[in-house]
Design a protein around this ligand. Structure first.
Ligand SMILES: C[S@@+](CC[C@H](N)C(=O)[O-])C[C@H]1O[C@@H](n2cnc3c(N)ncnc32)[C@H](O)[C@@H]1O
Length: 255
């Protein structure tokens, strides 16, 4: 199957990305920008396009998989890594980033965890808006590399990234946890609901969720604990890549 929008929809219906071992990625690092393995970096630079068009946040430039990239059209089995969720700027992440850029007080002087950070755009929005401490967390090590490259692209000093699966572990005292398009799998949604509840109850952490109306969120019991914060119509290119989705909402989780 080609790397086409239809592949991407299929990927989101599939199970959550399996955690790739660090051994796959010798340059895995704890801070964006640290010892990026040259071959991995070269692969990403060769197979993505730097773009700021077609999203809700033209302020942020990102290396993404676009129709001008080989693997947009290539057979998926030729891709040498796990599914590249980090190479797409998902509608939920776009809405969250837009909200943060327009409402910098949400993050200014605050510690922010971007959980399931993918390309790192929402963490970058938080950095641009004055967050005092940021961690981008994604179980795919390549997402960390992409985030490092995207920091560079936006002339930002690097912030830490981690690939550990922290969902279910003892929550750290974050002021804010943001999750863009993380509710795409029923089992993951259950785990997130329980863990996010612990974050709120233990530390009073604020939780913001960006989502374009996926059934794994709207049909989940968590929906009754969400308050609408903002809603954004999606730009036409994002609509075309995400069949049937026309808007994305920022929700606050209030268990
Ligand atoms: C649909 S993508 C969203 C990426 C980004 N937030 C955005 O909106 O563009 C979901 C991301 O969650 C990551 N992910 C899945 N399960 C995870 C977990 N337990 N902990 C951290 N990241 C996870 C995937 O690797 C993927 O990059």
């Amino acid at each position: 199957m080609a790397w086409s929008p239809s592949w991407r929809v299929a990927a989101l219906c599939a199970k959550a990305v399996e955690g790739a071992g660090l051994a796959l990625f010798p340059g895995a690092c704890s801070a964006a920008g640290c010892s990026l393995e040259p071959a991995t970096r070269a692969f990403l630079e060769e197979n993505t396009e730097a773009t700021r068009s077609g999203s809700l946040t033209p302020e942020i430039e990102l290396r993404l998989l676009t129709p001008r990239c080989r693997f947009w059209w290539e057979r998926a089995e030729l891709w040498p890594y796990t599914d590249p969720y980090w190479a797409i700027y998902w509608p939920g992440g776009q809405a969250l980033s837009r909200y943060i850029l327009d409402n910098p007080d949400t993050v200014r002087g605050k510690s922010v965890l971007d959980l399931g950070s993918g390309c790192g755009a929402t963490a970058i929005a938080a950095k641009m808006s004055g967050s005092s401490r940021i961690l981008a967390n994604d179980i795919d090590p390549l997402a960390g590399v992409a985030t490092a490259l995207n920091c560079e692209l936006n002339h930002l000093s690097p912030f830490p990234v981690s690939t550990q699966d922290i969902v279910g572990s003892e929550p750290a005292p974050w002021d804010l946890v943001v999750l863009g398009d993380m509710f795409y799998d029923d089992e993951l949604a259950n785990r997130l609901q329980q863990w996010l509840k612990r974050c709120v109850r233990t530390h009073g952490t604020r939780i913001l969720i960006g989502d374009p109306g996926r059934p794994q969120l709207s049909g989940h019991s968590i929906q009754q604990q969400l308050c609408r914060v903002a809603e954004y119509p999606l730009p036409e290119p994002t609509r075309q890549e995400n069949y049937g989705l026309t808007a994305a909402t920022v929700w606050e989780f209030q268990p």
